[in-house]
Design a protein. Structure first.
Length: 253
């Protein structure tokens, strides 16, 4: 009940955040702009709509996850409300889990709104809607949950600015880990070990990228989808456990 109360309170606080609405409006405008770009494109305009739509949902969802996620803990510290919270019979891990679930609910609502906007554009343009599209939307949301967990982890021990920089860096590197591994195979010694370590330690966010399957109308095997979900769930759990351990040891005096 304590975690749920914190989650619902976090969700209500997020709804009052103007940044959230600004990013959501920009995302919907980007999805709508695909109609204009479609008129300037010859040929595969269906793929263009899907590519821009899914890309917009992913990009603006990540911005929400980062810039709202880093404030989950830092705002409480800046406002000194953290002292009131930790003085109550609420475990610190419950506080973090509640904050995380609150933002995840916010992301779910925003992702759903953007997805409805994309589906409306597809419907009015007579673009075939396949099951793989919904699978891609699901993996995008799972990626956002991973990014949120990363932002929450950094916010437990550093400033909001550094948290944003580090989380954005993890997001970029997370989509390049496979390339880094291939590059590392051409190296020897310490350089190869470092790049291999980055590949296995940092989240491989390309696992959640199914945009190519959507635009080329390729089915995703059920086993692959299960592995993607399991990978995301395990990584989120590890990040939240690490964040809880760090936050538990932090001294607010």
């Amino acid at each position: 009940m304590k975690v749920l109360s914190i989650a619902l309170n976090t969700f209500r606080e997020n709804l009052r955040d103007k940044l959230l609405y600004n990013l959501l409006i920009f995302a919907l405008l980007m999805i709508g702009s695909s109609l204009l770009l479609m008129r300037l494109t010859l040929g595969e305009f269906h793929r263009l709509i899907l590519d821009i739509g899914l890309g917009s949902i992913n990009f603006f969802g990540v911005l929400i996850a980062i810039f709202v996620g880093i404030g989950l803990v830092s705002k409480e510290i800046e406002k000194k409300t953290i002292y009131t919270i930790i003085s109550k019979p609420v475990a610190r891990y419950q506080f973090l889990l509640g904050k995380y679930l609150g933002l995840s609910l916010t992301l779910l609502i925003n992702t759903t709104i953007m997805a409805v906007g994309l589906l409306a554009v597809l419907y009015f343009q007579d673009v075939p809607i396949q099951i793989v599209l919904f699978e891609a939307l699901g993996t995008i949301f799972l990626e956002l949950m991973v990014v949120t967990a990363v932002a929450l982890l950094f916010s437990t021990f550093t400033s909001a600015t550094l948290s944003a920089i580090f989380t954005l860096a993890i997001f970029v590197i997370g989509h390049l880990t496979a390339d880094l591994k291939m590059f590392g195979q051409k190296m020897e010694g310490v350089g190869r070990g470092i790049l291999d370590g980055i590949y296995y330690f940092l989240p491989n966010l390309e696992r959640f990228n199914l945009k190519g399957h959507v635009t080329h109308r390729l089915d995703v095997a059920g086993n692959d989808l299960v592995l993607i979900v399991a990978y995301g769930a395990v990584y989120i759990t590890l990040l939240l456990l690490l964040a809880s351990l760090i936050f538990q040891r932090r001294d607010f005096r």
